[in-house]
Design a protein around this ligand. Structure first.
Ligand SMILES: [Zn+2]
Ligand SMILES: [Zn+2]
Length: 258
């Protein structure tokens, strides 16, 4: 299995040796450490050096400001991101996108214009360096799709896809993937949505430390719990888990070019 989205740079994972060990034992072969700001991105790159062959960095800036102490302008942050991409081996740009919901404190809301500038800037970096996008889209699906339609050469994944049956066609038309998380194990509505999504377009992700699947719901999430998502997905699609594992593995290799 490949966990295509976990926040390993977060303080919750100070015992990373143990986390990685547990992930390996449960059958996770690769983990993409997804980032939400510049400091986070730098740390993801450092982690990929410390744990080669298992941690793969994605660098990016979340639509909401997750690092309120950072006083740099959008332009300065985009420049810093580009320097990072230029001089390090990274596997994706993200998470990036649009989020029109109220951010949880201490995060700070960016204006719609700021978010769009930040998103488009990161799409250009992805295009220039031939990297896929890890899209965070919340209450902004139509706007995100509209922007991505203008950049047909760039591919990516709608991480933690949540735009229902009605959004499936838009994502498929873009040639993007659907990231499925632990909420699949307890949201029947989401299972009904996944019945309609082709398996060639699904990527497994935990979004650790968030979205813990059943049977560990209520505790902190970690990559080793990916197997519970795989099992429920396989059951939902009525496909043996081994086959689902193989297919989602192939999908991840296709998008992220490991
Ligand atoms: Zn996200
Ligand atoms: Zn995330």
């Amino acid at each position: 299995m490949i966990d295509t989205h976990a926040h390993l740079a977060f303080d919750e994972f100070s015992n990373l040796d143990e986390i990685i060990d547990g992930a390996k034992k449960s059958g996770v072969r690769k983990i993409i450490s997804s980032s939400s700001n510049i400091a986070d991105s730098q740390k993801a790159i450092e982690l990929s050096r410390k744990y080669p062959g298992i941690i793969y960095p994605s660098v990016g800036i979340h639509p909401q400001q997750t690092d309120p102490q950072n006083k740099q302008s959008i332009r300065q942050q985009l420049d810093a991101l580009e320097r990072m991409v230029k001089s390090n081996k990274v596997y994706a740009i993200g998470e990036t996108g649009l989020d029109f919901s109220e951010p949880p404190p201490p995060e700070i809301a960016r204006t719609i214009d700021q978010q769009i500038g930040l998103f488009k800037g990161q799409i250009q970096i992805a295009k220039q360096y031939n990297l896929p996008l890890i899209i965070h889209s919340r209450k902004a699906f139509k706007e995100v799709v509209r922007i991505l339609k203008d950049e047909p050469d760039v591919k990516g994944v709608f991480h933690c896809y949540s735009s229902g049956k009605k959004g499936i066609k838009d994502v498929l038309d873009l040639g993007y993937f659907f990231g499925v998380d632990g909420n699949l194990t307890y949201e029947e509505g989401l299972q009904a949505v996944y019945k309609n999504i082709p398996i060639e377009n699904i990527l497994l992700e935990t979004d650790s430390p968030f979205l813990t699947p059943i049977p560990h719901r209520g505790k902190m999430n970690k990559p080793e719990y990916l197997k519970y998502i795989l099992e429920v997905l396989a059951k939902t699609k009525n496909i043996p888990s081994r086959e689902m594992d193989k297919q989602t593995d192939q999908n991840a290799h296709k998008l992220f070019s490991f």
